[in-house]
Design a protein around this ligand. Structure first.
Ligand code: AHR
Length: 309
């Protein structure tokens, strides 16, 4: 209270708000929209002056935004890197300018880990494992049957696309009932999910038994393609996806999606707290992992009212 009074009497003594430059991947999915809302709301609540830049899924836009944050001498830079590689130079520039960098959501592949303070977000490999384990259990209930899988991957070179594939492959590779027919990127969007699924259906038609989509938006796009091909999503083709957004719950309630593995986008409050801790010189863990669950269609109706995004 004394400080606040002093601040009112002598404005120069009032605590200056922390200035954060945040470079967001884009607006490619329902997940991303929820993540952006979370970051903006949390900044407002925490009194952080947020400079927000949307990179429209392009790394060069993120590099430009980071350079502009450095030029503006922000207190902290936070960003969700669209792809893993190619960050060494710009992160060295931030380090030379003494501006701490916090990664949110996605990881970078840099030799010098001191180029960022911490990574806040999900364990994408574990998400892929959870999707694969669900499918292993599903297949086990129909012994002797082979399941032909098509996979819609996320953005090429992005941490969630690489890790969700790694985790899924790791737990399913020994399962003789599962066979991967096709795998292709659909860039985490509904439009591409529909387009690539149409191509898969044209090539393989009724031979496809399972779709593994690296996010719900691609699964939702693919559901449209499956219906337009005269097949029943969730029945003729079993669908496993990742994120747990409202659209996925709606699809599960309608019987069109079989399971979604949660990926939590509500990273804003933890990001703001971490930025304040870093600014105050506190030690923060190199990795902050958020808690997540698996939601099969059977629980969708009950869980829907509790969903926050
Ligand atoms: O990085 C997280 C992923 O990015 C989400 O799973 C996906 O929906 C988003 O586009």
């Amino acid at each position: 209270a004394a400080l606040a009074l002093a601040g009112a009497a002598f404005p120069a003594m009032a605590a200056k708000p922390l200035v954060m430059g945040f470079s967001q991947v884009g607006a490619e999915s329902e997940w991303r929209t929820a993540n952006t809302v979370s970051v903006k709301d949390a900044a407002k609540k925490a009194g952080v002056n947020l400079k927000f830049a949307d990179a429209q899924q392009r790394q060069e836009n993120q590099v430009k935004a980071i350079r502009s944050f450095i030029a503006q001498k922000v207190d902290v830079i936070a960003f969700s890197p669209v792809v893993e590689s190619g960050w060494d130079t710009v992160l060295r520039e931030a380090k030379a300018a003494n501006i701490p960098v916090i990664l949110t959501d996605r990881d970078v592949n840099v030799a010098d880990k001191s180029l960022y303070v911490t990574l806040i977000g999900s364990d994408f490999v574990e998400e892929g494992r959870r999707a694969g384990r669900w499918l292993n259990e599903y297949a086990k209930k129909q012994p002797g049957k082979t399941f032909n899988i098509v996979e819609l991957q996320g953005t090429v070179g992005s941490a969630p696309a690489i890790d969700r594939k790694t985790g899924f492959d790791e737990v399913t590779k020994g399962n003789a009932q599962l066979k991967l027919l096709r795998t292709q990127t659909a860039e985490f969007t509904r439009a591409k999910g529909k387009e690539v699924m149409e191509a898969f259906l044209k090539a393989h038609g009724k031979n496809i038994n399972v779709l593994y989509a690296h996010n719900d938006d691609m699964a939702i796009g693919a559901i449209q393609a499956i219906e337009e091909a005269g097949l029943k999503p969730g029945k003729d083709i079993v669908i496993v996806s990742v994120d747990g957004v409202r659209g996925a719950f709606e699809a599960m309630i309608q019987g069109k999606l079989n399971v979604t593995v949660e990926c939590n986008p509500l990273l804003g409050p933890l990001l703001m707290q971490t930025a304040k801790d870093v600014k105050a010189g506190k030690q923060v863990p190199k990795r902050l992992v958020v808690e997540e669950r698996v939601f099969p269609a059977e629980v969708a109706l009950k869980e829907f009212p509790n969903r926050k995004y």
